[in-house]
Design a protein around this ligand. Sequence first.
Ligand code: ZN
Length: 181
Amino acid sequence: MRETNDIPEELFNSDTQAPFDRCTICDCSLSDPSVDYSIQKAIRKVPKLQLTEVIFEYAICQTCALEERDKMSTESLSSIENYLKESTRDRRSVYDISFDSCLVTGKEISACNEYSLFAQCVGGQITDGTFPYAISDLAMDQIGELLSAETIDELDDFTKKHFSGPPEYAELLNPTRFVPL
Ligand SMILES: [Zn+2]
């Protein structure tokens, strides 16, 4: 059971090893208690080296998140919404096990080659009544199949624009991994 609203280290900015303090898109301050924001980190395992690496991460304020969502086709948005409604298990019970299994499919995160971690935050804390969660590669693949070509193009633009890692990675990014949920 989660006892504090502190942002877990797994969701820290991996460059600074501290919580995100600026919106990745508009650079507004995320410590402002009136700004709701969300964090996503996409992670993959490198079995050969027995390690995990962050392939993409961002923190975006609600205003920017809504603008990004607006760029997605209504068709894609409603498909995702229906998919989540039908598939998502009770978040509260899932939350007790935190990042151990996928919120949507229940797949064990330890069995995933790729997964994403998400949280809703405000004022440098997890928003009351919400829980950080993990999404498996399986759920991301299923969601990817629901997206229109137009939406995939938008997500591709978004990831290329905001990706700050090594350039050789940029081409490998799978845009369906960065769906704002
Ligand atoms: Zn912003």
